[in-house]
Design a protein around this ligand. Structure first.
Ligand code: ADP
Ligand code: AMP
Length: 213
């Protein structure tokens, strides 16, 4: 059971749980958001194209997104499992994903759906800080680094994502409700709901029980 999707609204804790899941199960974390942010900081063609959509909190067009996922899933390190985070993001992407999986001869075993009430998400997102070097996620109140503003793992200065501001967050939550949330029903046979409004470690213990050894 190790070819998995992790779903939930922005700020639900997908990236945070993904950090623990991929270490424990030794599988790659494939986050379309992380891939786009890397492309933007490397100023690649995909990065330039994606930037205006991400800054506004809208979805990047499917032609770009589906291509990068397919390329990544085709790599040998995905053979024994992976955790896909942030994709698919709407029903159309899910349908394209289904064709892609058939072509690659892969099937998804499990969809983890992390649930947190929307009123709590804004605080989580506005207080999020990330390490631009190793990608680790922190929060200024709920998940502080040992030294303020510095990554515990690699000593790099933490940054705030450009799209983590009050205006963009509202749109991202709306995009989630209208476009992404219907996927929970689309994947209903594979979905396991996880209460994301608990301690990070408690949630991870639950996730381990769901995934198994
Ligand atoms: P997502 O990947 O779903 O957008 P993140 O994992 O980046 O969400 O988490 C969003 C913010 O909330 C981060 O600042 C993170 O440190 C914080 N966070 C994550 N899980 C929890 C939790 N269980 N309780 C409180 N804060 C959390
Ligand atoms: P995330 O890191 O998952 O919060 O994603 C940040 C932003 O990247 C989103 O608001 C979108 O603009 C873009 N993005 C990430 N994944 C996708 C996707 N599957 N389809 C379209 N846009 C995406």
């Amino acid at each position: 059971m190790k070819k998995m999707l992790i779903m939930g609204p922005p700020g639900a804790g997908k990236g945070t749980q993904a950090e623990s899941i991929i270490k424990y199960y030794n599988i790659p974390h494939i986050s379309t958001g992380d891939m786009f942010r890397a492309a933007i900081s490397n100023k690649t063609e995909i990065g330039m194209l994606a930037k205006k959509y991400i800054d506004a909190g809208n979805l990047v067009p499917d032609e770009v997104t589906v291509g990068i996922v397919k390329e990544r899933l085709s790599k040998p390190d995905c053979k024994n499992g992976f955790l896909l985070d942030g994709f698919p993001r709407d029903i159309h992407q899910a349908e394209m994903f289904s064709d892609m999986l058939k072509e690659l001869g892969i099937s998804i075993d499990l969809v983890l759906n992390i649930h947190v009430d929307h009123e709590k998400l804004v605080n989580r997102i506005i207080g999020r800080r990330i390490c631009p070097k190793c990608g680790r996620t922190y929060h200024i109140t709920y998940n502080k680094p040992l030294k303020e503003g510095i990554c515990d793992d690699c000593g790099t200065s933490l940054i705030q994502r450009k799209d983590d501001n009050v205006d963009t967050v509202k749109n991202r939550l709306e995009v989630y409700s209208h476009q992404t949330e219907p996927l929970i029903n689309y994947y209903k046979d594979l979905v396991v709901n996880i209460d994301g409004d608990r301690d990070v470690d408690v949630i991870f213990e639950d996730i381990k029980k769901v995934i198994g050894e």
